[in-house]
Each structure stands twice: as C-alpha cells, then as structure tokens.
Ligand binder design. Structure first.
Ligand code: OSB
Ligand code: MG
Length: 369
C-alpha cells in the first residue's frame, strides 16, 4: 500500500465537565488527529499527547515535531506491505510512544479498509460487545460524587473508577462503599503517593476494591513491588508500563496483578497486542484505559478491547460522557446492560464528521510525496 499523503490536525475539544485528577483540572482536551491517504483509502488515528506534560512527558508540540520530522518521512511515499514494516522503519526513534501510536493507528485503519475487514477483526478481536466503565474525576464533596455515580449506574456502566489524591481518598471510598455495597469500584491515584503512604492503602484494603491504579511514581516498578506484597487488593499499573519489557519486569517482580493497556502509552496496537498476549499467558487480566479520546481514538480503543484477555471493563465511555458533539458518526453509546458495540464496518467502522472535525481543528499541516 503506497502512502501518498499524511495530514496532521491539532484538535481542541471542550469537555462537558471539568476533569480533576491528582495532576490538576482539565477543561478541554488537545490531541492530534493523523490522516493517512494510500491508494484511495483513508486511515484515521489519534495521538493522545495532551496540552500539558503532566500525565506523560509528551505534549501536542513534541508529538507534532516527532511525527513531522521523523515518523512521517520514514513512511511517506513507501509502498508498505504491513504495519510491522512501518514500525521497523521508525524503530530508530526512541520513546515518543504517543506520537508513534497516532501514526500506527491511522496505518492500521488504512490496512483494515484496504482488506475490507473491521479493525477488530484485523487485530484479532473476538467480542462483538465490550464491557465498559466510567472514570470519575475528584469531586468537591462525597454527596456530589454519590450523585454522579448514581447517574452513571442508571446509564448502565458496569464499574466505577474514581480518581484519588492525598486528602481526597479514604473518605470518598468509604462513603461510596456505604452507599453502594455491591459496587464494582476501583481507584486511580495517578502517582500521587509514595511508599511512606502505605497505611492509607492498608486501610483501602478493607473496601473490596477491584484494583488500585498507579499509586506510586510514574515510572516506578520497584516500590510498587514492595507495596503489592503488603496488600490483598491488586495493584494495576498504568503510567509505569511503556512496553512489553516493562510488563515482564512488573509481573516478575509482582509489582502489579492487573495491567491497564493504553495504546498511546505503549506506542500503538502492535505493542498493546504483545502485552495483551503475554499477560494472558500469565493469567494477568488486562483492561483498556482511556485518554479522553475523541471518537476517532475511541473507535481504535473499542477494537483493541475486543481481544479476549480484556476481561475487565475499560475506561471507554459514551461520546456524550466527554463531549457535547463527537467528531465521528455514529457517536459511541453505552447499551443499558453496560456494554458497547464493537463496530463491524471496515477499519475503525465509524465515519469522520468533517464538519465537526473542522470546527475543533486548531492547526493542520499536510505532507505529500
Ligand atoms: O490515568 O487513566 C488515567 C485521562 C487522562 C489521563 C490519564 C487518565 C485518564 C482517565 C480518563 O482516567 C479515562 C477515560 O478516557 O475515560
Ligand atoms: Mg490511570
């Protein structure tokens, strides 16, 4: 498949409500949309580098630079036989996983469309519907949190994740557990604690949480291993896992017993699949994380989450949970039973709403041979 043209769009979408985590409050989400045109087929991907280097060191400008100056020149004009061939071509670039994942996703979509199969099918997906949950930011009070949770449960979501930070942890967990005794509940600290906070997590151990996500350092595997040994509740790593190698180290050291897979964090669907398969062979459950994606990134996430070892509900919520209007048609919806349908049409299986895409584009640049 000859890569004729690639286009980058810096997008900015306003969130329906601010999202507060231990890293701060986000009011809007900036990402990069990657469009690849190849022999009459158009592939779409989303790079989840954000406006700020708080979750990851990557930002929209760094990802743009890496895409424009290194990744795009390595594939433009080439007659690629596979996504793997593209990855080999830019494997000399170290890190910058989100930049790589955006381009890789667009290539996967183009290859799936050129073969007339769905992306789920091409990735090896086995499910027609996936179980989904919702990630709720830190709220002003326990009462507002309870109201939010009630609303999402009424919509069907299968599990609730709440963000925690020092001072906003045990009392929120305690009040949710009292209000909803059977709730499937997990917490995400986004690296806000250190090993000296172990007592807080010992107390959390009494609340039957499904998992505790990334309590310690954003690149840490060592201290998580120390903490996991002191807890019954599984630790789940997010930020610390950038590759299959990180996954192997974390499992071997018992740093976590569950893994959150985000293709943007690990360089794309190819590395995600390797991690998925490796975890399956060790009976380590995985679930699909989220980066507040637009419908383009979400479509790829839904396809990946249809693989068999994604056994826990993902942070893949309905379009309207994030944005008033999405940039794809149809928008993503949650079924009353807390599942989301995996698109069956070729590629990502949804159409890009060009009117909305134009509206949210801050800057664009295209590259042709
Ligand atoms: O840690 O999982 C995270 C959003 C941005 C950055 C990091 C995280 C998140 C979320 C949102 O939790 C998940 C979603 O997209 O619904
Ligand atoms: Mg997380």
């Amino acid at each position: 498949m000859k890569i004729d043209r690639i286009e980058l769009r810096h997008i900015k979408m306003i969130l329906v409500s601010p999202f507060t985590t231990s890293m701060g409050t986000e009011y809007d989400e900036e990402h990069i949309i990657v469009r690849v045109d190849a022999e009459g087929v158009t592939g779409w991907g989303e790079s989840v580098a954000e406006g700020t280097p708080y979750y990851s060191y990557e930002t929209v400008p760094t990802a743009w630079h890496i895409l424009k100056d290194f990744l795009i020149p390595s594939v433009l004009g080439k007659d690629l036989q596979s996504v793997d061939e593209a990855i080999k071509g830019y494997s000399i670039v170290r890190g910058h996983m989100m930049a790589k994942a955006g381009l890789e996703a667009a290539l996967w979509d183009a290859f799936a469309k050129s073969r007339n199969v769905s992306l789920s099918n091409l990735l090896g997906g086995t499910r027609k519907k996936i179980d989904v949950g919702v990630s709720i930011g830190i709220q002003d009070s326990e009462a507002t949190l309870i109201k939010k949770v009630e609303g999402y449960l009424a919509e069907g979501y299968k599990r609730i994740k709440i963000k925690i930070a020092p001072g906003h942890d045990l009392r929120y967990v305690d009040s949710l557990r009292k209000e909803f005794p059977g709730l499937i509940l997990q917490v995400d600290a986004n690296s806000a604690y250190s090993i000296s906070d172990l007592d807080i997590f010992r107390k959390m151990d009494d609340y039957a949480l499904l998992l505790i996500e990334q309590p310690l350092g954003y690149d840490d595997i060592f201290f998580h291993s120390k903490m996991q040994k002191e807890l019954k509740t599984p630790i789940c790593l997010d930020e610390s896992i950038h590759s299959l190698d990180d996954t192997m180290a974390a499992i071997e050291l018992d740093s976590c017993r569950i893994i959150n897979i985000k293709p943007g964090r690990v360089g794309g669907f190819t590395e995600s699949k390797l991690i998925h398969d490796y975890c399956a062979s060790f009976n380590i459950p995985v679930w699909h994380g989220g980066m507040l994606e637009s419908g383009i990134g979400r479509a790829g996430n839904v396809a990946l989450a249809s693989l068999p070892n994604f056994t826990l509900p993902g942070d893949i919520s309905a379009s309207k949970r994030y944005y008033t209007e999405d940039i794809v048609e149809p928008e993503f919806v949650v079924n009353p039973d807390g599942t989301m349908d995996v698109p069956v049409k070729p590629g990502i299986g949804v159409e890009v709403n060009m009117r909305m895409l134009e509206k949210v584009t801050v800057r664009s640049e295209s590259f042709s041979i």
